[in-house]
Design a protein around this ligand. Structure first.
Ligand code: GLA
Length: 385
């Protein structure tokens, strides 16, 4: 875990002055994956792993970017055009350019990043990095912005500069997370409702430890998004109200099935049914209807595995192992997929046993020890005093 005092001491040693520090959390999505870029519904919670950004302005026209995680410093001249370099620095640099593009006056800075969010594990380490960097850059130059504007600018940085066509979910929850709650977010209107996580349940995240092949994964992700856009285009010719897959009911889809190649039909069926499940899940959490939660999360996993085809062997195994344990009220893959993590709702009294048994059984079957995190839902990005 990052200790802010240690971060300050190291920063002073490296750059010779006192930083301001900001942090932004990673996230887990309880249900509603691959729905955000279809203008649908998601139910994420910010988790107690954060990315810290320590910053001070510097007199010269350079950004000095330092990663504590990688032990790497990159100097970027602001006098020349800034291009993506397919590495971690693309995230803060993309954010820097977006902030400038909408008129925030920024200058040279020392920016030191230290993150606790497991990297490339599907817990939004990138959004936490973008959002913490945005808060830091704004803070260092005396600006303030609305969290919603920050979330949108960070998403745009990732879409346009990094090249990942992500939706708004991760940046939104990194900015607006709320302790003890998940947010039921409408990704079209960006209206949200806070849904309390029942006190008896813990959010347990299991990491497959499957290596993320970032480029391949990004291609798969962008392909899914393009498939959804193509399906919308085909359907909109016959269903005028269909601006996005969000606008389809299951009967709209069934009635127009013949318009779609079977692959696109499956992609649509996932999105349409997943949107329904998100709203049902919010209700189930509010009523503490454990049986329903478990059912919805299982259906979500099957839909992501079979219709959307973004799961993998290790994710399926972790879900199957989780479902065999006592006190489990939901298990599914979470986030983009292709490796990464599962999310599980586990009764507090069974967490220890769950942890031990799932770890043992996964290791026995795959030869890899999973990492298992028992998480709390926390608030969004903030300055660290
Ligand atoms: C990634 C993206 C999000 C969302 C999820 C899948 O985390 O960044 O916008 O699409 O995948 O739900």
């Amino acid at each position: 875990m990052v200790d802010a005092n240690v971060l300050i001491a190291k920063f002073k040693q490296r750059f010779g002055n006192e930083p301001q520090i900001y942090c932004a959390p990673g996230r887990v999505n309880l249900i509603g994956d691959h729905t955000d870029y279809n203008e649908g519904f998601v139910l994420p919670a910010a988790i107690d792993f954060s990315c810290y950004a320590a910053i001070s302005a510097r007199p010269h026209d350079h950004l000095m970017l330092f990663s504590e995680n990688l032990g790497e410093t990159i100097a970027v001249s602001l006098g020349k055009p800034i291009e993506p370099a397919s590495k971690w620095t693309d995230y803060p640099l993309g954010v820097f350019l977006q902030l400038q593009a909408v008129g925030f006056a920024l200058g040279g800075a020392n920016l030191c990043i230290s993150s606790e969010v497991p990297i490339g594990a599907g817990l939004s380490s990138s959004a936490a990095l973008e959002v913490s960097a945005a808060y830091a850059l704004l803070g260092a130059f005396g600006h303030r912005a609305d969290p919603l504007q920050i979330a949108k600018l960070c998403q745009k940085a990732e879409n346009d500069f990094v090249g990942a066509k992500c939706g708004i979910m991760d940046q939104f929850i990194a900015c607006r997370g709320l302790a003890e709650h998940a947010l039921l977010l409408d990704c079209r209107s960006l209206q949200f409702e806070a849904i309390r996580i029942p006190d008896s349940l813990r959010i347990v995240i299991c990491n497959t430890m499957v290596e993320h092949k970032l480029v391949a994964e990004q291609n798969e992700y962008n392909t899914r998004r393009a498939e959804c856009e193509e399906a919308t285009r085909l359907l909109a010719q016959h269903i005028p109200h269909a601006r996005a897959l969000r606008d389809l009911s299951l009967s709209d889809l069934e009635n127009h099935r013949s318009l779609l190649p079977s692959l696109l039909y499956k992609r649509c069926r996932h999105v349409v049914t997943e949107n329904q499940r998100v709203e049902q899940m919010a209700g189930a959490l509010q009523r503490n209807d454990l049986k329903q939660m478990r059912k919805l999360m299982a259906e979500s996993h099957h839909s992501l595995r079979d219709d959307y085809e973004v799961s993998c062997r290790e994710l399926d195994l972790l879900v199957a192992l989780a479902e065999q344990q006592r006190g489990v009220y939901g298990a599914r893959m979470t986030g983009a997929g292709f490796g990464g993590c599962t999310v599980n709702l586990v009764e507090e009294t069974h967490v220890k046993e769950f942890h031990r048994r799932v770890a043992e059984q996964y290791l026995a079957k795959t030869g890899h020890a999973p990492e298992i995190y028992v998480c709390k839902a926390v608030g969004g990005a903030a300055r660290v005093s």
